[in-house]
Design a binder for this molecule. Sequence first.
Ligand SMILES: [Zn+2]
Length: 281
Amino acid sequence: MGAGRSGTTALATFLGSNKKIQNVGEMHQFFKYLEENKKCSCGEYLQKCEFWKNKINHLKKDSFSKNRTLSEKMESHFSILKHFVNSFSNSNNIKYQELHKSVLDSIFLDTQKSILVDSSKYIGRALALNRLKNIDLKIIYVVRDVRGVISSFSKNVQTPKSPISSIIYYLLVNLVSEFVSRFFLNRKTIKIRYEDLMQEPYQILEKIELFLKADFNDIKQKIKKENSFKIGHIVGGNRIKEKKHIFFKYQDRWRFNYSFLQRLVFYICAFPIMFLNKYKI
Ligand SMILES: [Zn+2]
């Protein structure tokens, strides 16, 4: 969970290199990818990709569009309020649960891994998945310094944003994420700062290890040896997926890209979230 450009795809990639974890990417786009016949990060069409094809056998092709509509209804930003007041129809609720349980089950069965990492970030999806029975949902809420987010959105990304719209988006997503993680999914959520992950990776990975009851020795070794991390077969994802591998490397270009005054103004505009997460001016 968290705002875009906060490092969730990178975190999912690091976690996905663990022997018990399968990173599947941004699963809120799964049925969109199937309906529009889009490509997996490996370059093959999702429906033909060696990783995905067995896992989607059980889904009817003529239902992709219907399943997409249902999923978007339950997972969109507009669904968040509906989750709070539980105003979904019983039939949508049940259909959603059955559909997504079957998708997750087929991935579990085929990969034989015990943890799936979904880097959707969507708060609506977290709340929708929370309705599924018999899955142990855990949420990692990732927050990043607003100036890193602004700098990242200003680059040549799929969805570039101006500093002002980045700040509004950042405040909205993080305020709602704070609210949801404190009052709705409290026991299922941990929060990490992207900067801490990149600067003190062992400490943060230990926190996630405890939370997921996993053993991340292999990930820590890879970071220590400066090995690359495979992107694998993921749905969605930003520019990162164009690469086959990424390295664990922290860059905070925003410190040099913006003047002191700009950095100060950005900080003040996003003050509630920056202060709450102990970011310094
Ligand atoms: Zn693939």
